[in-house]
Design a protein. Structure first.
Length: 100
């Protein structure tokens, strides 16, 4: 019984790490570890594959679209020659961030 509890705790920690890495990647936060980046990329490919075969949620693909928008805006914010001073999101994108 004790080994089952320990196994469940380890599995839970792994799942939490994978979800955290994926959420950081979606929100365009800097991921400090290579394994975190790798795991997030695998999750992204899995999401795209699931959507391609029709078993994914539409909001997951919207989150990937939002990731591209946030990445572009973050790059513009860091560029001193660009006029962007803040992130610009519509209401649907804000709701996606809250859902993420």
């Amino acid at each position: 019984a004790a080994s089952a509890v320990i196994s469940a705790c380890i599995l839970s920690a792994i799942v939490n790490y994978v979800r955290s890495a994926y959420k950081q990647k979606l929100l365009v936060e800097d991921n400090k570890t290579k394994i975190g980046s790798f795991v997030a990329k695998c999750m992204e490919y899995g999401t795209q594959f699931g959507s391609c075969i029709g078993i994914g949620r539409a909001s997951d693909m919207e989150k990937l679209r939002l990731k591209a928008i946030l990445k572009k805006q973050k790059k513009e914010l860091r560029d001193s020659n660009h006029a962007r001073s803040h992130y610009e999101l519509n209401r649907a994108d804000e709701n996606l961030i809250i859902e993420t």
